[in-house]
Design a protein around this ligand. Structure first.
Ligand SMILES: *[C@@H]1O[C@H](CO)[C@@H](O)[C@H](O)[C@H]1NC(C)=O
Ligand SMILES: *[C@@H]1O[C@H](CO)[C@@H](O)[C@H](O)[C@H]1NC(C)=O
Ligand SMILES: *[C@@H]1O[C@H](CO)[C@@H](O)[C@H](O)[C@H]1NC(C)=O
Ligand SMILES: [Ca+2]
Ligand SMILES: [Ca+2]
Ligand SMILES: [Ca+2]
Length: 540
């Protein structure tokens, strides 16, 4: 039987901060001792000694503060990202970790662009505390610490959520490390191999070590015989392919763990990466050499289920409802607290005295999200961990801000973590080259049945702390007039763009398929109006 328990990382002070406090306390005690014990000593000398100590401490801190490095990669251009804060290295959580963050990290390291960003502890589980979570860069920052993020150390992530990057090789004119030219060009190739090309197209799979036949560690039979899959990078998309290919339906959970045993078995596949729609694991990618690079070794494990939720974005509602609104920043202050405006708005608030009189241009639309699956969609959040956001108290719908959630599944003695979903939907505007030029950020949400069809009865309602979720054949509707239900397009020039509305974009909550989770539409934007048309559904 599976029982749920909870824990929250909120309110825990960073150890380094405590050390700093102790350091200051000791300094204070020293100065009191000095004053009482050694009265005749030269006052000047004493002050000099103390000032130097503090000055050096701060100087050392300053030069290292915000520094980044890549760890556990095969080359120096790749790895999990770690950042220095208060004299201590920490990891970065993969929530909202995407191309822009990768770009900033690689630039900060002096490398030539990002090849890709990685999630789910692709380069191994981290043993470090997370310094950053929910990072949001504009892309032009020189250092990742200049981007917006939850405050230092505040996070809801477990060790299997480390963020990583694969950077391009250093620019020839200013190489940061002296690497032989031959090596540099060789390292530019991203090593990605289809499993069927290297380990055979007939990968047999089975589950073992679970309490039911629907759960357990994943065992695979390749040319090397039966063995386990290394846990590095293993997530919901990979679990979905595993459950599908052994005929057990859909993935209800993916784990990087040793709770189902298997550490004594040979590793036959590692760093497996799927798109989620493959019919067999053979269609997925992996690292050619099957090794677990991790300090803490884990194997891939899954829980499968026959019935599953499946969210889909309603395209007609999107096309029908889109319009532009110009709004003064005075009225957008709550929205700013929730990171719902573009970076330039925050810059204005810093730099301009009359910032609250400046208007922003918002592309507003209604997002209707329907559950077309066979099981209710539930955010993995127990009710008592919901946070109540003061700014949103006046709204009848969306009264709760759901963030900092943590759900723990207990197997045997030790807890295992379900990933939480902080971002329910994302709204992006892309230019002709596929570059993100504007984005909406929807951290605050409340899931409920606003409209049901095919005889389904609404079961979820947010009012009065009701249960949250979306029932089968019901839709959750975010109307165009709700706070943050927009993309801030102030910085956009008139022209042709692509609007992309994605739901459950980071695959944090299991679904039947993610192929219907993003509506990708053409967008015509002029000085005075916007037209959304020709939408297709695809992967987020
Ligand atoms: C750096 O990136 C630019 C643009 O992407 C490319 O033209 C150039 O060849 C790259 N340099 C190296 C050394 O990879
Ligand atoms: C899976 O989805 C990708 C796009 O995300 C697509 O290119 C590919 O053809 C799909 N594969 C299958 C087997 O449907
Ligand atoms: C949902 O709608 C489909 C299609 O109309 C129907 O077959 C199914 O029974 C409905 N399920 C529920 C739970 O209402
Ligand atoms: Ca981000
Ligand atoms: Ca987070
Ligand atoms: Ca879906």
């Amino acid at each position: 039987m599976v029982t749920a328990a909870t824990s929250s990382y909120r309110g825990r002070r960073p150890a380094a901060e405590i050390l700093m406090a102790i350091f200051m306390l000791v300094l204070g005690l020293l100065s009191i001792l000095e004053q009482t014990v050694d009265c005749r000593r030269a006052v000047k000398h004493r002050h000099h000694w103390k000032a130097n100590l503090i000055k050096n401490y701060l100087k050392n801190h300053k030069s290292l503060e915000g520094m980044v490095r890549l760890v556990d990669g095969e080359t120096e251009y790749e790895g999990n990202v770690e950042i220095m804060h208060l004299g201590k290295w920490g990891a970065i959580c993969d929530d909202e970790w995407d191309a822009r963050e990768g770009q900033v990290v690689c630039r900060q390291l002096g490398y030539n662009g990002t090849s890709r960003v990685t999630h789910n502890s692709h380069f191994g589980q981290t043993a470090r505390k997370y310094w950053l979570d929910n990072t949001q860069c504009g892309g032009q920052e020189m250092e990742i610490s200049e981007c917006r993020f939850d405050s230092w150390g505040e996070n809801d992530c477990d060790p299997s959520e480390a963020a990583g990057v694969v950077c391009g090789s250093p620019e020839p004119e200013k190489p940061k490390y002296s690497v032989p030219a031959v090596t540099v060009s060789a390292k530019k190739v991203i090593r990605k191999y289809r499993i069927k090309d290297t380990s055979g197209s007939d990968i047999e799979l089975r589950l073992a070590g679970g309490r039911t036949s629907e759960e357990g560690r994943v065992e695979a039979k390749t040319n090397d015989g039966w063995g386990v899959i290394c846990g590095d990078g293993f997530g919901v998309l990979e679990a979905l392919v595993v459950c599908r290919s052994i005929g057990l339906g859909y993935a209800a959970a993916a784990f990087q763990t040793d709770k189902f045993g298997g550490l004594d078995l040979p590793v036959v596949l590692s760093t497996v990466e799927c798109a989620g729609n493959e019919s067999s694991l053979a269609g997925c990618y992996h690292q050619h050499k099957a090794t677990c690079s991790t300090r803490k070794e884990t194997v891939a494990a899954v829980v499968c289920a026959r019935e599953m939720a499946d969210l889909a974005v309603n395209v007609d509602e999107l096309i029908r409802s889109a319009y532009l609104e110009d709004r003064q920043m005075y009225f957008l202050q709550c929205a700013m607290e929730e990171n719902c405006l573009a970076s330039s708005a925050y810059q204005l608030r810093r730099d301009e005295i009359d910032w609250h009189l400046i208007t922003r241009r918002l592309l507003r639309f209604t997002a209707k999200i329907t559950n077309v699956g066979t099981a209710p969609f539930r955010p993995a959040v127990p009710k008592h961990l919901w946070q109540f956001h003061q700014c949103h108290m006046y709204l009848s719908k969306h009264a709760n801000t759901l963030s900092h959630r943590h759900r723990v599944l207990r197997v045997g003695q030790k807890p295992m973590h379900y990933h939480s979903m902080e971002v329910f939907a994302t709204f992006d505007v892309l230019d002709g080259g596929g570059m993100k030029v504007a984005e909406g950020h929807k951290a605050s949400f409340c899931l409920e049945d606003n409209q049901c069809t095919d005889g389904a009865k609404p079961a979820f309602a947010c009012a009065d702390y009701g249960d949250q979720g979306i029932s089968v054949n019901c839709s959750d509707i975010y109307r165009h007039n709700i706070d943050c239900q927009w993309v801030d397009v102030t910085d956009l020039n008139p022209g042709l763009y692509t609007l992309k509305v994605s739901v459950n974009p980071e695959h944090k909550i299991p679904e039947m398929t993610y192929a219907n989770n993003a509506a990708v539409c053409s967008m015509f934007y002029s000085e005075t109006f916007v037209k959304i048309h020709d939408c297709v559904l695809q992967n987020p």
